[in-house]
Write a new protein. Structure first.
Lengths: 264, 244
């Protein structure tokens, strides 16, 4: 069924069933090749379906009520959910880690989202859920990945280079001086994936947001401008969140007396 | 940071305990050390010697009791400044990526050592004194042997002109010739700064002003002299007792 210019092609139940059929093919391929991922594939398919349709319904409702508190609440919930995802990935426990993660992702994502909404696209009203939620989702998602990477790497560096750090401390270094190499290594690890993906854009792949916009009928050059702006925002949020995370995390791994905390 | 008078007590440990994972690493330790002396700390492995040095260096604080330096609790000092005055060398010296020269100079980049300036002539004198070729200064630390690293670490600490040097097994990786050079160096240093040395080597017995025997986290004895055989017997007995 074809819609008017500037609108996406409609996908009905029949067309959606065809899309699911592709997943069924993957399922049988996995079974016949004994890949032992059939169960994961079924679970992932069910979760994706439920989560996306639930998100769709929720967005539909939030778009309809058009209330600032709904947009803000959903953004906060997204950050809280991102915190639980990162905590699930980490094997080590650090005191007040959930709070540190929440603060880092909150500061990094919200400041960049605010710049994007107010200064880049100048959306009125600012809380328009059609803009705030998808953009927030992308920014928070990338901030989450960066925070997970930076946390994992920094803790591993401090544990792995403990002798080097203590040698510096024993020679009069502050904990900030002693952990500078570990901090730089972790910071770099957090930013490299985003920077690497930027270099392949437009040649190796078309980014998701731009593809989505083009499919929805948006003029390609406008889609490109949006994509450039969102990539800049994603990198800025990842950089800012990681930096806040590193500083807060460092103050948990070391104490005011410039010692490595005994629990580390 | 502090002018040390000969009448001041350098370190004073009162009822110091340090908790380990399953048992105390140090247990109600009382110890008083005078300035400008060379103290030899000896005892079996796992007896608490390294932990004692870490406490004196402020790298850990006691679980209970107090460690005082010149009458003031170590916890009350600004730690980086304190550690630039009371420096330590670990048993297995850690080198930073770069050349030997970079490693010797590393601590001068720290804010706490900003008022100090590296004396290049002194570096060369220390290299000569410890039997290290001057050519090594330009070499990458990765090519150094364990013994060379140990001596570079000693220079890295001494070049900071500390008031106190805490050395954990400073001759453990050395061949007899290099070991002799290090003993000679400690002999020259004695009296000009306070030295606390953890070692099993009987050679330090002749240099030490006092010997502190430690085992199972407790100070067993503090004495002016001990003969080499008695010293060895103590280490063997305690090691046997610990393992048995």
């Amino acid at each position: 069924m074809k819609m008017g210019a500037g609108m996406a092609e409609q996908i009905g139940m029949y067309q959606l069933a065809v899309a699911y059929l592709m997943l069924v093919v993957v399922f049988f391929l996995a079974m016949s090749n004994s890949l032992r991922i059939s169960r994961e594939l079924v679970v992932a398919t069910l979760r994706m379906t439920l989560q996306l349709f639930a998100a769709g319904l929720l967005l539909k409702y939030v778009f309809k009520i058009d209330f600032w508190l709904a947009s803000v609440a959903l953004i906060v919930i997204m950050i809280a959910f991102a915190v639980t995802v990162v905590l699930g990935r980490l094997e080590i426990r650090v005191k007040r880690l959930p709070l540190i993660l929440f603060a880092s992702m909150g500061i990094g994502s919200l400041s960049v989202l605010a710049i994007f909404i107010f200064l880049v696209i100048g959306r009125e009203p600012w809380y328009d859920a059609r803009y705030v939620l998808p953009l927030g989702g992308m920014i928070i998602g990338n901030s989450m990945t960066a925070c997970a990477l930076v946390t994992e790497r920094f803790i591993a560096e401090v544990i792995g280079k403990r002798d080097q750090i203590e040698t510096s401390l024993a020679l009069g270094a502050t904990y900030k001086e002693a952990s500078m190499t570990a901090l730089r290594t972790a910071y770099r690890a957090a930013l490299v994936p985003t920077i690497a993906s930027m270099t392949g854009m437009g040649i190796v792949h078309l980014p998701g947001m731009m593809t989505g916009q083009i499919l929805s009928g948006v003029e390609p050059m406008l889609a490109v401008k949006y994509q450039v702006a969102i990539i800049a925002a994603i990198l800025a949020a990842a950089a800012l969140s990681s930096l806040v995370m590193l500083n807060l995390l460092r103050s948990r791994l070391f104490n005011k007396c410039h010692q490595i905390e005994r629990a580390v | 940071m502090n002018e040390i008078g000969n009448s001041d007590l350098l370190f004073s440990l009162e009822n110091v305990s340090l908790d380990g994972e399953s048992r105390p690493v140090l247990d109600s330790v009382n110890l008083h050390l005078q300035p400008r002396q060379l103290y030899l700390i000896a005892g079996p492995s796992g007896g608490g010697k390294t932990s004692l040095l870490r406490l004196l260096n402020g790298l850990v604080y006691p679980s209970s009791g107090s460690v005082r330096y010149l009458g003031k609790d170590v916890c009350d000092y600004n730690q980086p400044s304190y550690r630039s005055e009371v420096v330590s060398i670990s048993q297995e010296p850690v080198m930073f990526p770069g050349t030997v020269s970079d490693n010797i100079a590393v601590a001068f980049s720290y804010a706490s050592n900003a008022s100090k300036k590296m004396d290049d002539v002194e570096v060369l004198q220390l290299m000569d004194g410890l039997g290290l070729s001057r050519e090594l200064l330009k070499q990458d630390v990765n090519i150094l042997s364990g013994g060379e690293k140990q001596r570079v670490a000693l220079i890295r600490s001494l070049i900071l002109s500390p008031e106190v040097l805490l050395a954990d097994e400073p001759t453990s990786a050395l061949d007899p010739h290099s070991e002799e050079k290090v003993f000679e160096m400690f002999g020259r240093l004695k009296g000009s700064l306070s030295l606390v040395v953890v070692s099993h080597s009987t050679r330090f017995l002749t240099l030490a002003d006092e010997i502190v025997l430690i085992a199972r986290g407790k100070i067993i004895e503090k004495r002016k002299t001990i003969d080499a055989q008695q010293f060895k017997d103590f280490l063997e007995d305690e090691d046997g007792g610990r393992n048995g």
